[in-house]
Structure formats: C-alpha cells, structure tokens
Write a new protein. Sequence first.
Length: 108
Amino acid sequence: MPLSKHAALSKDRASGKGVQLQHRHFAFIASVIADLPADIRQQVADAFARTLWRTNDNFDVDRFMLASGIELIESDKAVKEYEEIISLPNIPENIFPGWKTVEIKTKR
C-alpha cells in the first residue's frame, strides 16, 4: 500500500537529517547549477554551499563553486565583503578561507 501524501512528506523531511553526501552528489548538484541562467547561478550556488558543507567534512567550497560556474577571487577584503553580503551564521572560518565568488562569463 502506498504512503499517503502526508506520510510521504513526513518521511522525506525526516530522512534528510544526518545525510552523508559524497563527491558524486556535489558534482551532480554543481553541474545542474552551472546550467542555470547566469542571473541566478551565484545565488543558488551560495545557498547550496552554505548547506552542503555540513554534509561532509571533506566538502571543498572552492571546488564546488568553480564546478557551479562561479569564479573565485582571493583576498581578505573580498572575504569580508562576501560575509557581509550573505551573513554566514555559525560557519567555521576554515570552511571559507580567503575567497569571494563572482560570476564567470561563459559562452553558451
């Protein structure tokens, strides 16, 4: 017997807690983001990066952003500006060491 819509939704919400994602999952998500329109790509990649780092201790934010079609700029000033823009709550400093993201202009 299939689950009711309510039961299925409850099960989906509960099963996402404590999930351990792997590189293949990150790569797939990044490839989907890279195919999004340029005007929303940055915002979507940032939203995923702020959440995905919690799913695997080896998550590499820089690599994820590059795979998502976002170029990285190294500088302390850029990091401060980035943190002000997205207001990262409770993220360890070693997760985002010295980078800010900007849009990559690609030919499509």
